[in-house]
Design a protein around this ligand. Structure first.
Ligand code: ZN
Ligand code: ZN
Length: 347
């Protein structure tokens, strides 16, 4: 099969993936499923993998390279292990990015992302920037008949990550409250749609790119700001004293130390983007009673819920498609923000 493989890490990302012919994956255990990739979303995590940020975490033995990234996958079941009963070859599926075991206590509590034995194809083992990839039965969700894998692949990670953060926010928001979405990229544009469907709060979207600002407006953001140097004053002004919730989809490049300053007293910051380091004087935590926490991908059920919103036309992926052969162009366009929403690789 054709696959795009990473041969070396580079902090400056001046490396191209190589498009090669490699043997397709085969079933090794009874719960495994080979999926014919319909599409695979391109994620900022892929850029961080190329930079080497994940090297020590996922490449413990230094033997992972050459390596196939791609963890936002949807496609069709190609082959199934002997114990698989819920899907059959030909079924259209979206793949939760984490292959959880379903047996450990965390899995039984529904915390798929905390699974004691979890595997993450595309992050530590080969993923979906290829014609086929290997996952397990418990990660799969069958698509509604009117939904094509190409329309939803990035929902598998970008989508549920945004959905989980939006759902957390919605639990503490109410009509008249304000939520700030920092970064209207692959995740932020999904979060805006989720927030508009999950709660009555007013959504303030922030992005420097005019294209992303226009997309935010199209998707129903109530207020759109350009993230200039006076962002804190602007947010204080439009929200009447600060946001009730801020969701930071950037988490680096200095945004990580502006985001918490956008909160009102008692407000909550949900960090989703990563790479930077938050420095908050303890006095601010105390005097303003702000809460700061993170949000990690999402559980299986959250992906099911998101797919229901998608099936009803309420949350849609805005994407630009690239062939597998053009994956290096896609990566370059992503780095330079030449598309809005998500970039998607189609093998
Ligand atoms: Zn991702
Ligand atoms: Zn488990």
């Amino acid at each position: 099969m054709k696959a795009a493989r990473l041969y070396e890490y580079d902090p400056h990302m001046n490396v191209d993936l190589k498009i090669e012919d490699v043997p397709p994956p085969t079933i090794n255990s009874p719960d495994e499923v080979v999926v014919k990739v319909g599409a695979a979303g391109l994620c900022r995590t892929d850029l961080h993998i190329i930079e080497g940020v994940w090297k020590d975490i996922m490449d413990v033995e230094g033997s992972l390279l050459p390596y196939i990234m791609g963890h936002e996958n949807a496609g069709w079941v190609e082959d199934v292990g002997s114990n698989v009963t819920s899907v059959k070859p030909g079924d259209a599926v979206i793949c939760h990015p984490h292959r959880s075991c379903g047996i450990c206590l965390n899995c039984r509590y529904g915390h798929d992302m905390y699974c004691d034995h979890g595997l993450f194809p595309g992050l530590g083992l080969d993923g979906g920037f290829a014609e086929y990839f290997l996952t397990n039965e418990s990660s799969l969700i069958k698509l509604n008949t009117n939904i094509a894998p190409l329309d939803v692949a990035p929902m598998a990670d970008a989508g549920i990550t945004a959905y989980r953060a939006a759902k957390k926010a919605a639990q503490i928001l109410y009509p008249g409250a304000y939520v700030v979405v920092l970064g209207v990229g692959g995740l932020g544009h999904i979060a805006i749609q989720c927030l508009k469907n999950l709660c009555g709060a007013r959504v303030v979207a922030v992005d420097r790119e005019p294209g992303a600002q226009a997309l935010a407006k199209d998707l129903g953001a109530d207020i759109v700001l350009d993230g200039g140097s006076d962002l804190i004053e602007e947010v204080m002004d439009v929200t009447g004293g600060g946001a009730h919730v801020v969701i930071d989809f950037v988490g680096e490049l200095g945004v990580e130390n502006i985001c918490w300053k956008l909160l009102r007293q008692g407000g909550e910051l949900i960090v989703v983007g990563y790479g930077g380091k938050i420095e908050v004087p303890t006095v601010d935590l105390v005097v303003n009673e702000i809460k700061i926490g993170g949000s990690l991908v999402g559980d299986h059920i959250e992906l099911v819920e998101l797919m229901e919103l998608n099936a009803d036309g309420l949350v849609k992926m805005h994407q630009t498609e690239y062939s597998l052969a053009n994956i290096n162009t896609a990566i370059d366009d992503f780095k330079n923000r030449r598309f809005t929403g998500r970039g998607v690789i189609v093998p």
